[in-house]
Design a protein around this ligand. Structure first.
Ligand code: GSH
Length: 195
């Protein structure tokens, strides 16, 4: 299994977390972002979006962190990280969807704007980021994990950009349940610290 990634990519970090937790060996293909390797034809042939993470395994290629998480969880994680029972699977995927929407367009893009890596208006990002953090805090006030009472890909999909929310000008001081959930995640055996 080969993971196209950068060390800084929060989206690639989601997949690295799951691979680490499941102790799945993989090759890291570090993409040369400053050299724009991800926008060149060879990489675009793998992923037409020109983004990381992109995962290659057994002659198949998958892009988007959600697809990579689904693939690794189902191939290597049994029923633990993404079960196939319909209601359980939907409960997990609703949080993966939050990660791909409000968290990406709010927290990820907001952080990029603050860091000067993206042009745009910060205000809509802050609004979306607050929606995401509000939904997470509401859930985590009463539950240890986002879905099913145990860690799943729901938690891994949401974690990386929530953990960096202060860099998007959304400090977590007012979100105590989120801070406790992050500590629980970071204490899991075989957790990969952010590089
Ligand atoms: N929805 C995608 C977003 C991926 C994404 O934004 N990746 C960033 C790195 S964290 C990237 O490759 N940016 C370069 C670009 O979009 O041109 C996912 O979840 O994988």
């Amino acid at each position: 299994m080969k993971l196209y990634m950068t060390e800084n990519s929060g989206n690639a970090y989601k997949v690295r977390l799951l691979l680490g937790l499941l102790k799945v060996p993989y090759d890291k293909a570090v993409v040369d972002f400053p050299g724009k390797e991800h926008k060149k034809p060879a990489f675009l042939a793998l992923n037409p979006r020109g983004q990381v993470p992109t995962l290659e395994d057994g002659g198949r290629v998958f892009w988007d962190s959600s697809a990579c998480l689904v693939y690794v969880a189902r191939k290597h994680g049994g029923e633990q990280w993404l079960p196939t029972e319909p209601a359980d699977m939907a409960e997990v995927m609703q949080w993966v969807a939050l990660a791909g929407n409000e968290i990406q367009y709010g927290l990820q893009y907001g952080r990029n704007i603050v860091r000067g890596a993206r042009q745009g208006d910060l205000e809509p990002c802050l609004a979306m980021g607050r929606t995401a953090l509000g939904a997470l805090e509401h859930r985590l006030k009463e539950h240890d994990w986002l879905a099913l009472g145990r860690p799943t890909i729901a938690d891994l999909a949401c974690y990386p950009y929530v953990a960096l929310a202060d860099e998007a000008k959304l400090p977590l001081a007012d979100y105590p349940a989120i801070r406790e959930w992050m500590k629980r995640l970071e204490s899991l055996p075989n957790w990969t610290p952010r590089s």
